[in-house]
Write a protein that binds this ligand. Structure first.
Ligand SMILES: Nc1nc2c(c(=O)[nH]1)N[C@H]1C(S)=C(S)[C@@H](COP(=O)(O)OP(=O)(O)OC[C@H]3O[C@@H](n4cnc5c(N)ncnc54)[C@H](O)[C@@H]3O)O[C@H]1N2
Ligand code: MOO
Length: 401
């Protein structure tokens, strides 16, 4: 029996990242900033203006010039309270003041702001005089300057960045209406397993499907899009024809990946002229996971049939593939300390463990064998424990779920 060469988990991710970067090039489309939420920027976004774009008051109060007391000048405010009064200003000479609101345009001649709670007004003959109860304000006090956050033409967001609602808000403030984003990478998924049933309580020798219906939203959470999803019989010819005729940049199959010689995926790959990106990974669960380059610059991800192994593999490899496709850096994992000593996997491999993440600490959950899903269902993160194992308190990388 052929024993496929295993590579370590980091190398598997790096190899997939490289092949996706070289072979996939998702199209770029233009969307409004808010429709672009959930997509990945396909081009840098430069600021069309300085941010903030004008000098404004940071406080409600009075714009002043020169030293106190200041003679108050009041603009003609419109009766219509829906009007924008932020633009209504009166130029100031030394010794003058005018009311201003937070965000109001700084009038010509203004040197600083006296906050309303520090202001005292006194009527003297026809004039209203303004005094500051906080002493003379320093020059520039409570004035927010144009460009203090970004210069005109500065990078607002880099290509490859995911558009979150937070980024959309920052882009809108920067005066951006539309951005260029990558079309999500299309993923065709095939689920194998003649023993799999799709409804009801399974009898002995049958299993209820762990994938269909869950993989699709998971793939979109990870930033790609399922474009086709089907069941395949455990039959080499059906699998070969699916591989040959499916026109999607990424193909993903669950099950049939085992290295025992009774599973169909590996036998078929050589036949259709595929080359392995990796054949097997030194990690548990999920060592039979594989990736291959198919004719036509398509990439196949073979996920093991055991449900937890399939999902840990999906979360391990699809993000690396998408980082490559979107021409950005391969993401590095955040780290956190393990709550207890953890041994390496059987045969000295790395381990991927469903964990709770509490107070910054990763606690491995019970029921995490590769055919079990309850720990994964409630986990906050998948910890990646190195092949050497890790002691309590040691930092390990993790994937946030
Ligand atoms: N002799 C060996 N046997 C196995 C090895 C090995 O190295 N030598 N590896 C084991 C490991 S580890 C895994 S993981 C699995 C990989 O199996 P396959 O990818 O070939 O998947 P299947 O054999 O089709 O299924 C395995 C397991 O998963 C269940 N399954 C499959 N699809 C579904 C589904 N949609 N929903 C729920 N459960 C599913 C299937 O019934 C099996 O129980 O091989 C080990 N064996
Ligand atoms: O490695 Mo298997 O993938 O343990 O379940």
């Amino acid at each position: 029996m052929h024993h496929p060469a295993s590579i370590d988990w980091d190398s598997a991710r790096a190899a997939l990242f490289e092949i996706a970067r070289a072979r996939l090039s998702p199209a770029v489309m233009t969307l409004t900033v808010h429709d672009a939420i959930g997509y990945v920027l396909g081009r840098d976004v430069l600021s069309p203006m300085p941010v903030p774009h004008y000098d404004s008051s940071a406080m409600d109060g009075y714009a002043v010039a020169g030293r106190s007391p200041w003679t108050l000048k009041i603009p003609d405010y419109p009766d219509d309270s829906t009007q924008n009064i932020h633009k209504l200003t009166l130029a100031l000479a030394a010794g003058e003041a005018t009311p201003i609101f937070t965000g109001g345009l700084i009038p010509e001649g203004c040197e600083s702001i006296v906050r309303s709670e520090h202001a005292r007004l006194e009527q003297q003959d026809a004039a209203t005089l303004l005094f500051s109860e906080h002493g003379e304000p320093a020059a520039g006090k409570d004035i927010r300057r144009a460009g203090e956050e970004l210069d005109r033409g500065a990078l607002l967001a880099r290509s490859g960045t995911s558009v979150t609602p937070r980024l959309a808000a920052a882009l809108a403030v920067g005066g951006i209406d539309e951005v260029d984003v990558y079309e999500p990478v299309g993923v065709a998924v095939a689920f194998s397993g003649n023993e799999v049933i799709t409804s009801g309580v399974p009898g002995p020798g049958e299993v209820r499907d762990a994938f269909m219906g869950a993989v699709q939203p998971m793939v979109s959470t990870l930033g790609a899009q399922v474009v086709q999803s089907r069941r395949l019989p455990d039959e080499a010819q059906a699998f070969t024809s699916w591989l040959q005729t499916t026109d999607a940049p990424v193909l993903m199959v669950t099950g049939g990946s085992s290295t025992s010689g009774v599973d169909m995926v590996r036998d078929t790959l050589a036949e259709i002229g595929a080359t392995y990106v990796f054949e097997s990974v030194s990690v548990r669960p999920g060592h039979p996971a594989l990736a291959a380059l198919l004719p036509g610059n398509r990439i196949l991800l073979g996920l093991p049939g055991n449900p937890l192994a399939a999902y840990t593999s999906l979360y391990s490899y699809l993000p690396a593939l998408l980082d490559g496709a979107c021409q950005r850096e391969l993401r590095t994992l955040p780290t956190a300390p393990l709550a207890r000593d953890t041994q390496a996997g059987r045969g000295g491999t790395a381990l991927i463990l469903p964990c709770a993440l509490n107070s910054g600490e990763l606690t491995p959950l019970e029921h995490r064998k590769s055919h079990m899903l309850t720990a994964f269902a409630s986990a906050d993160a998948l910890a990646v424990v190195p092949a050497s194992g890790a002691s309590a308190g040691e930092l390990v990388g993790y994937i946030r779920l």
